[in-house]
Design a protein around this ligand. Structure first.
Ligand SMILES: [Zn+2]
Ligand SMILES: [Zn+2]
Length: 102
């Protein structure tokens, strides 16, 4: 389990909606957390799955962790995965597990 900065963030990221199967389809859900990049974002409800990265918590004001998106690509590349979206990458890289061992 990931420890978020505050209860409000925790509650906002918890996605339990019986009407929608996906948080991007649910107008009541405003924030998303991408575990593999350790990245928080505001959901852009345009019918797709886009989000805008945020760097501070909207509730408690804490600075959120720096996105590990670049590091994710660099680390995979150093392991020989230069096209991670096309390749069968190790499963740690699909969650937040991979950077705990760096
Ligand atoms: Zn919903
Ligand atoms: Zn917070």
């Amino acid at each position: 389990m990931v420890q978020h900065c505050c209860q409000d963030m925790d509650d906002s990221l918890k996605f339990e909606c019986t009407d929608h199967s996906n948080e991007f389809e649910c107008p009541d859900t405003l924030v998303t957390y991408n575990a593999k990049f350790d990245e928080y974002g505001l959901i852009i409800h345009d019918g797709g799955s886009s989000s805008k990265a945020i760097y501070y918590c909207s509730w408690c004001g804490s600075k959120l962790p720096d996105s590990k998106r670049d590091l994710w690509f660099d680390t995979l590349e150093s392991l020989g995965f230069d096209e991670p979206s096309e390749q069968n990458i190790p499963k740690e890289f699909k969650s937040g597990t991979w950077y705990k061992y760096l």
